[in-house]
Design a protein around this ligand. Structure first.
Ligand code: ATR
Length: 270
């Protein structure tokens, strides 16, 4: 029986096993998918197990999406462009890193019917999934992205990584960084931090002066409504959690591993 894993730290919140194991049953695939809590020192060994055929594929979640790259042989263009990997497999004797977060975010956002063209986006956080979201938004022709991260240097690093390769056309303005705590004018705010994964956690940010009619998006899907989304809703804004992004990125990984596009069924995760 083939074995698949999602690795991360923390990992308890991950619903990937539930989703992939359901799709295995639905498609009569003889395999099992488990979650594994790992530390940085474990990465090399666990990826070697893919090389040896002991593990057929790995999903990578926070905080290792960038760190795993040094143990891989090859990256797809999306993974290379974002320096972020969430799906690993052995193909033609090479360990390849893919990024299905970009496509996952794009598909999820398309489902919301929100028109991104020309919109100003504020992104909170500069962790593992943030580069994929920036890349997807740029492709969707937003007009500007403002980054805010508690550790400002990480936001500056992302800005410096992307600005030289993002062409100023279609009204696109270069990525800006603001201090953590500063809330500039925006159309949509996206929480890419890990704050909220544990139910009681709160971002210490004041959105009371932003006005109504904005879009609050949280990449967190478990819990369903973080304090960030609750605040957005209470202030009269549109909100969406990361569930669809999660399902679509998982479907992308499933397609890469099994060459089958699985049935997208949201009720699976209710
Ligand atoms: P990593 O930072 O190792 O890439 P991650 O889980 O992918 O890990 O990212 C965590 C994100 O949540 C980071 O942007 C982190 O901010 P720092 O770069 O300052 O660490 C953010 N984060 C985590 N805890 C936070 C908190 N209590 N307040 C604000 N931001 C927080």
């Amino acid at each position: 029986m083939k074995k698949y894993l999602v690795i991360g730290n923390p990992i308890e919140h991950s619903l990937s096993p539930k989703l992939h194991n359901h799709w295995f049953r639905e498609n009569n695939i003889d395999a099992i998918y488990e979650k594994k809590f790992v530390n940085k020192v474990d990465l090399k060994d666990i990826i070697n197990q893919v090389r040896e055929g002991k593990i057929a594929g790995i999903n990578v979640t926070v905080p290792f999406k960038k760190e795993v790259i040094s143990y891989l042989d090859k990256l797809t263009l999306d993974a290379e462009s974002t320096q972020s990997v969430n799906t690993i497999l052995l193909a033609n004797d090479k360990i390849v890193g893919h990024n299905t977060d970009i496509g996952g975010f794009e598909s999820a956002i398309k489902d919301t019917k929100y028109n991104f063209v020309g919109k100003k986006i504020l992104i909170l956080g500069a962790g593992g999934v943030t580069p994929s979201i920036i890349f997807a938004l740029y492709k969707m022709k937003v007009s500007s992205i403002i980054l805010s991260n508690r550790t400002k240097a990480k936001a500056e690093h992302l800005k410096n990584f992307y600005n030289p390769i993002m062409v100023e056309e279609n009204g696109w303005k270069k990525i800006r960084v603001v201090d953590w705590g500063e809330i500039p004018e925006f159309d949509m705010v996206i929480n890419t931090t890990s704050v909220g994964l544990k139910n009681d956690q709160k971002l210490n940010l004041d959105f009371s002066k932003i006005g109504k009619g904005k879009f609050f998006y949280d990449v967190i899907y478990n819990p369903k409504e973080t304090n960030f989304l609750k605040t957005g809703k209470d202030l009269g804004n549109k909100t969406e959690n990361g569930k669809k992004m999660f399902i679509y990125q998982a479907a992308g990984a499933f397609k890469i591993w099994h060459d089958i596009l699985p049935k997208i069924n949201e009720s699976l995760l209710n």
